[in-house]
Write a protein that binds this ligand. Structure first.
Ligand code: COA
Ligand code: AMP
Length: 645
């Protein structure tokens, strides 16, 4: 434990400032702007290097600052009079459980859990994988790892063993924390057999696993490797915070790219804490003491940033919800939680609102609850469609704020900044660039597109604090994947345009990433699984528009010659294969057998054309197509199945 050697008075935010002034400040004097934001946090040693840049223009924020994120998020508040305030509310309709932790209680639990990990030899820089359901122990585990200066990598519970194994081999954790089970609407998901299978598949073997036994299911432990969480914790002593540098990694979060292998986005401690703290007031307009609820999962970036770190850095009360927006028990779940805990800002994905709208189209359940404390509803993770936005706005009477961001950035790139200057909401737009993000629409040669014209959405370097500047375990991957296409810019992978008023419209991915119920998946990865089926010669996985989930994957498959399998049987086998290899969250259901796929003369599959055909959009057949006759052939097959009119 170290003492605080530098404590700067917190910067309370300049609420009188207009958006434009704030944004211009961040562009004209990034170091001054972010130094000021950094003063809002309690550092052990305030950074002297605010921004350093390498030859490629990649930015490194607060590299020489000394800090501990868990200290800033917990102990700081206890020492500043918030010990008795609620830090975390756990609400689990699926187990009929509720519990609450004050800042003092959460700090103590985190310190003891850190002690438990330290007893197993976890030290600064070690990796710890967390594969857990939405229970307070998952949040406590993340903060405990951070307390030790170690690096967590949370793996979403919906991923299957091979996905977990990929992450184990890449992150090489010393310890894995898990639970006996998670609870879905209709079933209990036993995590331990999945974990055991993943460890068996992985080349790297963790030294130990710690399993939180839930009453719904007991997991058998492997002698010599596994420990029971509760028993081990009972023997542990609380430990203090290990100081880290601003540039030391806080976590690795894997996300889907265009290839089969997920990318480990590295989040540094310093920039992350500064940007997230800033965002709480600037974007979400919440202050210390307010209740903030991001209805997501700690396995996703939204969960990392806005269930765990940002609300606690701001001194808010965060809600950890183990349930769904519908069926647990009904489509009033979101409103019940908001009313019961006095949530001031609610944040979730459009799919959740679409699910609620489908079940309760008149919003009758919403009217059962007192939502007077709820000021704003935030949406991200996928495009917020205009009908859902209108339904939500009309029925709630609250501003519905769409904001756009990515695992890579860790916080919003564009938003309607509620704590700076709330602006007119334009349906379909996530409003303006957030201070720090120089957002441009470029063509493939890096030239700026005129207002209103669609192109690649890129962010001029340097990226602001919190954004990634490396991929775990691969020094070149960040440059190769994100910086090489448009020199001097970070390529977001999204396409869109900026209108005459400066509003940004994100229209969708320009690569092979798809978004299923706000969950980011790679079509390339699904293709690899389908192609491994013995009957399949080749395939293309495309995103089909879906009323509820936004997009769902569809497999267009060509069989090996001479193979006799019905489409129904193949579909059944492919569904099982995709669920077992990637996970049920892929929502892979539809398979269509085709005689051949459309290809260019150089052999590239025309996936975008297929995608447009399946979704009934206008398409232009590329002049490079090998045989144009394939297109009417495919349309005929799709018509026969009533996929297209
Ligand atoms: N562990 C294990 N399995 C999981 C899981 C988890 N943590 N999360 C989801 N799954 C499974 C589900 O049980 C389901 O399995 P099934 O096919 O056997 O029924 C499958 O993955 C698909 O899950 P999901 O897309 O969540 O569908 P659903 O029918 O269970 O629920 C919604 C539909 C709309 C209620 C749900 O998608 C939802 O709440 N979406 C909001 C999205 C969101 O919060 N995104 C976070 C990013 S901001
Ligand atoms: P993830 O990394 O899982 O957060 O997914 C990021 C991707 O989700 C982005 O690149 C977008 O394609 C999509 N996305 C997130 N938020 C929005 C939004 N508000 N509007 C449109 N697309 C979004």
């Amino acid at each position: 434990m170290v003492g605080i050697v530098s404590l700067n008075p917190p910067y309370m935010g300049d609420t009188a400032m207009s958006y434009q002034t704030e944004y211009d400040l961040s562009m004209n004097d990034p170091e001054g702007f972010w130094r000021k934001q950094a003063e809002a946090l309690e550092w052990y040693k305030f950074p002297q290097q605010i921004l350093t840049r390498d030859a490629d223009g990649i930015g490194y924020w607060f590299a020489d600052g000394e800090m501990n994120t868990a200290y800033m998020a917990l102990d700081h508040h206890v020492s500043n009079g918030r010990g008795n305030q609620l830090a975390l509310i756990f609400d689990s309709p699926v187990t009929d459980t509720k519990s609450k932790f004050t800042y003092s209680e959460l700090t103590d639990s985190v310190a003891r859990t850190a002690g438990m990990l330290a007893d197993l030899g976890v030290v600064k820089g070690d990796r710890v994988i967390i594969y857990m359901p939405m229970i307070p122990e998952a949040v406590i585990a993340m903060l405990a790892v951070a307390r030790l200066g170690a690096i967590h990598s949370v793996v979403f519970g919906g991923f299957a063993p091979p996905e977990l194994a990929l992450r184990i081999d890449d992150a090489k954790p010393k310890v894995i924390l898990s639970a006996s089970c998670g609870i879905e609407i209709k079933r209990i998901v036993e995590y331990k057999p999945l974990l055991d299978k993943a460890i068996a598949l992985a080349t790297h073997k963790p030294q130990n696993c710690i399993i939180f036994q839930r009453p719904q299911c007991a997991a058998p432990l492997t002698a010599g490797r596994d420990y029971d969480w509760t028993t081990l914790l009972a023997k542990a002593e609380p430990v203090g915070c290990t100081p880290v540098k601003g540039s030391d990694p806080l976590y690795i979060l894997y996300t889907s790219g265009t290839t089969g292998k997920p990318k480990g986005v590295v989040r540094e401690n310093g920039g992350h804490a500064v940007a997230l703290k800033y965002s709480m007031k600037a974007i979400y307009n919440v202050e210390a003491g307010d209740v903030f609820w991001a209805s997501s999962d700690v396995g996703w970036v939204v969960g990392h940033s806005y269930i765990v770190y940002a609300p606690l850095l701001q001194g808010c009360t965060t809600v950890v919800y183990e349930g769904k927006p519908i069926m647990t028990p009904d489509a009033g779940a979101l409103w019940r939680v908001c009313a019961e805990y006095g949530v001031k800002a609610l944040f979730t994905a459009p799919t959740a609102f679409r699910a609620v709208k489908k079940e309760d189209s008149q919003a009758l359940l919403m009217k059962n609850y007192d939502l007077s404390k709820l000021l704003t509803i935030f949406s991200a993770g996928e495009r917020l469609d205009a009908p859902t936005e209108a339904w939500l706005t009309d029925n709630s009477g609250k501003p519905v704020v769409d904001h756009w961001w990515q695992t890579e950035t860790g916080w919003a790139i564009t938003a309607n900044l509620q704590g700076v200057e709330p602006m007119t909401i334009k349906p379909g737009s996530s409003t303006m660039p957030v201070p720090g993000f120089n957002v441009q629409i470029l063509d493939e040669n890096g030239h700026q597109m005129p207002r209103g014209s669609q192109g690649y959405i890129a962010v001029k370097l340097p990226l602001p604090p919190a954004c990634l500047n490396r991929i775990w375990g691969d020094d070149n991957k960040f440059r190769d994947s994100y910086l090489s296409f448009l020199t001097g810019y970070y390529t977001t992978g999204d396409g869109g345009y900026i209108d005459d008023d400066g509003y940004v419209f994100v229209m969708g991915r320009v690569d092979d990433v798809i978004n299923v119920a706000g969950h980011r998946l790679s079509t390339g990865e699904i293709e690899e699984v389908i192609a491994s089926h013995p009957a399949v010669a080749e395939c293309a996985v495309i995103a089909r528009d879906d009323e509820l989930k936004g997009q769902v994957p569809m497999g267009l498959v060509v069989l090996k010659s001479g193979v006799a399998i019905s489409e129904a049987d193949l579909q059944k086998e492919l569904i099982a294969r995709v669920r077992e290899t990637i996970g049920a969250i892929t929502c892979y259901k539809d398979t269509v057998i085709l005689a051949r796929l459309p290809k260019t003369r150089s052999g590239k599959t025309l996936r975008k054309t297929l995608c447009k055909i399946v979704n009934g959009q206008e398409y232009v057949v590329a002049s490079t197509i090998d045989d144009p006759a394939v297109i009417p052939e495919i349309i005929e097959v799709l018509r026969g199945k009533q996929i297209v009119p």
